[in-house]
Design a protein around this ligand. Sequence first.
Ligand SMILES: [Zn+2]
Length: 334
Amino acid sequence: MNSLRIEKHGTGILLRYGNTKLAFDTGATGFLTLLSHSHADHIGQLQKASHLVATRGTLDTLEARGKSVSCKSTIIRNGETLGKIGYYITALNAGHVLGSSMFRIEFDDGLSVLYTGDFNTVDSIVHRRARAIEADVLITEATYGTPQWVFPERRGVHRDIVGKAKEIIESDKIPVFRAYSLGKAQEAIALLHHSGITTVSGNKAIDAVSSVYKSHGCDFNFIPSESLSHPKDLPDQIAVVSSSPKHTRAALIRGSKRNDENARPPEMREYNLSGWTLLEYKNRGFPLSAHSDFPHLLRFAKAVNPRVVYCFTGNARILARHLDKGGINAVPLE
Ligand SMILES: [Zn+2]
């Protein structure tokens, strides 16, 4: 009988089972790499990968963020299954960012393993939610894996963001929503755009990733970041979504001084869009998250109905303890 070995490795996880060697979210010599999405904390050591499996969305966003894959790559669609010698790989929508996948591996002897990557079980404006599927072994992220992380209903968070944007615009200032350039920024742009607010990208990283979203059929419009330093190109009332408010501020200052050296740059009001704002930056943002909160992590694990759960990321130990308490055998990967 084969034994299953799962261990942490850099930004990802290595799995060995019989002759099968899989590397989730990391490159590793002699392993097949399965890439769940292209956030920086999931793409370590890709130069060591000799063969990589990912969705088109993951490869396109990776490229938009200035990274290239030099090894052989196989494109898989979410919902699709690839047959390999001794096992099958199925990619499943993770609901986290464009093209993000969970991977379910089914070995010929019947053992099944589900790796979540980062995942979100709540619909956002631009991503459909992840759905649980049964597996014998679950390898799950635990980013918000402690009981205090219970996110409010998403539509309410959206309403609050739009309300704040309108309030700041009314006072002749520019609301700047700080968000990760991949995923959260596009949700914010879509939200503001569909609420009738002219939305400007705050920096080049957001320009590039948002263009990829549009090329994949996402319905939103935005003004590219270069317009910030050319105020004549901009309407009077705008909101900005930025992953680098420092660059946004510099561009606005350049723009205001273009015709008049003594001109005052427009005033910005900055807000974080992040799950962490729920507790850690309470007065400076809105808890818009691309991850599952604590109750959803528990619910998801229960629905997978695994014999064992491996938890990774910061709160792995605490989530494992809570899963164990709830009757699900769980171990943190540290
Ligand atoms: Zn991520």
